[in-house]
Design a protein around this ligand. Structure first.
Ligand code: RB5
Length: 152
């Protein structure tokens, strides 16, 4: 089902489960309705299963935005960016978070629960939610790859 603009989907593996619980709080405080696809404990799971749950729902338009978290953020980024229309940006710092919105129109924010602390994660989430896409030449560049198929 198509969700409202005020909804966001989130998922993490076990390595970032504690950070996911914090990030859910930040998102709720920002006025968003959060759909949590798991995981729900620190018991080991495979990050691709979670990345697929989030990225597929952003790819098909059910959600405009998502958040993915794993130990480094790398695995989640690799999987999510295989989906059409997904622009997942690994942002473990504030500058990357801002630029991922301004220039890349990132629709999934990825962070590493073993890399970034709670305080910085809150700042990253806030900046990522509040920073608009600049469009223009950046849209042209996104058009060049956003629906890429069969590249060798
Ligand atoms: C899990 O140990 C770890 O590999 C995962 O959280 C992530 O960092 C993968 O990229």
């Amino acid at each position: 089902m198509n969700q409202t603009k005020n909804s966001i989907i989130i998922g993490s593996d076990h390595a970032a489960y504690p950070l996911k619980e914090k990030v859910k709080t930040f998102l709720t405080e920002a006025g968003l309705v959060v759909e949590d696809v798991g995981t729900h404990s620190e018991t080991s799971v495979d990050y691709p299963d979670i990345a697929i749950k989030v990225a597929s729902r952003v790819s098909n338009g059910d959600f405009k935005r998502g958040v993915l978290l794993c130990g480094t953020g790398i695995g989640m980024s690799l999987v999510a960016n295989r989906f059409d229309h997904v622009r997942a940006a690994l942002c473990n710092d504030l500058f990357s978070a801002i630029m991922s919105r301004r220039h890349n129109n990132a629709n999934i924010l990825v962070m590493g629960g073993r890399v970034i602390g709670e305080t910085l994660a809150r700042e990253v989430v806030t900046a990522w939610l509040e920073t608009p896409f600049e469009g223009g030449r950046h849209q042209r560049r996104l058009d060049q790859f956003d629906s890429m198929k069969n590249m060798v």
